[in-house]
Design a protein around this ligand. Structure first.
Ligand SMILES: Nc1nc2c(ncn2[C@@H]2O[C@H](COP(=O)(O)OP(=O)(O)O)[C@@H](O)[C@H]2O)c(=O)[nH]1
Ligand SMILES: [Mg+2]
Length: 322
């Protein structure tokens, strides 16, 4: 399929074209940047929603409920499940796919798992690019599920419009999230597994820490205080409330100018990411540079050159070529 045909088929909602475009972009195959560039003016107005939190908190179960909720109102929904933790958790990703089977056969739903797999430029940038393809394909909601409460998760939070943080009462993860600052990235906080006890207590702890944080009554400098919602993802209890809070947050985002500001920040960091990625690629694709590296490595290995000396030599060979 020629590129123009691929774009046309994708925009028309063709499923095979979508799968092909996503895989071109995810694997950084020839022409992927031109493809994204063409799509960038046709991306519609999909809402990108991150669902994040520690493993086992119920993110996938909750995501599945959100998908069902959005589908009820006729919206088309895509899910991107990201696992930045390890290339060895293929089982977990497969588990996600299996659990989402209740919605996976619906033609208005598209589910995709992504692993780190050495994506040049980092997982956040390639995940953002896959979201762009999904937006161009006409999905109204794009849910991005990420594991963890660390830096990689914060990176992924930077590519969505709004973030739901899912915590559970039974583990110490809630406290961990409060301490790690990840809560600052949350627009809505969900205390899931509210059927298990301790949920109210965790909610109070979270509210208290929101009270204490800088700003008036827990309202961030941006003017939004994250609501804390109790849910039971396995039964769907609390889901209506969460959907209402999501809509309310979206209204605030758009009305306050925060959405525009977030997207502008995202554009800036994406351009930086694109520049860095293409510079790195051009460095390692150059035969002269890899020659300097390979020859130097022999000396490093036999102890006659330090890794720093070799690093400097490689940088110098790059600079003299410019
Ligand atoms: N009791 C209870 N179990 C839940 C709830 N939500 C999810 N689970 C279960 O918790 C486990 C982990 O859920 P999953 O959605 O895979 O978590 P993830 O790792 O955050 O995606 C699964 O066995 C779910 O069935 C809930 O609200 N209550
Ligand atoms: Mg999951």
């Amino acid at each position: 399929m020629a590129d123009n045909d691929l774009v046309a088929a994708l925009l028309a909602g063709d499923v095979a074209a979508l799968a092909r475009a996503v895989s071109i972009v995810e694997n950084g195959r020839d022409g992927f940047e031109e493809l994204l560039s063409t799509l960038s003016s046709r991306m519609g107005d999909a809402r990108r929603i991150g669902v994040t939190g520690p493993p086992g908190a119920g993110k996938s179960t909750l995501t599945e409920q959100l998908v069902a909720g959005f589908r009820k109102t006729g919206l088309r929904v895509a899910v991107v499940a990201v696992d930045p933790t390890s290339p060895f958790t293929g089982g977990a990703l497969l588990g996600d796919r299996i659990r989402m089977e209740s919605v996976a056969l619906d033609s208005g739903v598209y589910i995709r798992s992504m692993a780190t797999r050495g994506s040049l430029g980092g997982l956040a940038i390639s995940t953002g690019e896959v979201c762009d393809v999904l937006a161009a394909a006409g999905f109204d909601r794009i849910l991005v599920e990420t594991v963890g409460v660390g830096q990689s998760e914060l990176d992924v939070a930077s590519i969505v419009d709004e973030t739901i943080l899912v915590l559970v009462p039974e583990s110490g993860d809630g406290i961990q999230a409060l301490k790690s600052g990840v809560i600052e990235a949350a627009d809505i906080i969900v205390v899931n597994k509210a059927d298990r006890g301790g949920a109210e207590l965790l909610r109070r702890e979270i509210e208290l820490s929101l009270d204490l944080r800088s700003g008036r009554r827990g309202v961030s400098a941006k003017g939004w205080r994250p609501p804390v919602e109790l849910t039971v993802a396995t039964t769907g209890a609390g889901l209506d409330g969460l959907m209402t809070k999501l809509d309310g947050h979206w209204e605030w985002l758009a009305g306050s100018g925060t959405l525009e500001a977030r997207r502008a920040r995202r554009n800036a960091s994406r351009v930086r990411g694109i520049v860095e990625r293409s510079i790195i690629r051009s460095i390692w694709q150059n035969a002269a540079t890899t020659d300097v590296l390979n020859h130097g490595l022999e000396q490093v290995n036999n102890g006659t050159l330090s890794v720093y000396q070799l690093g400097a030599a490689v940088v110098q060979s790059v600079q003299t070529r410019q």
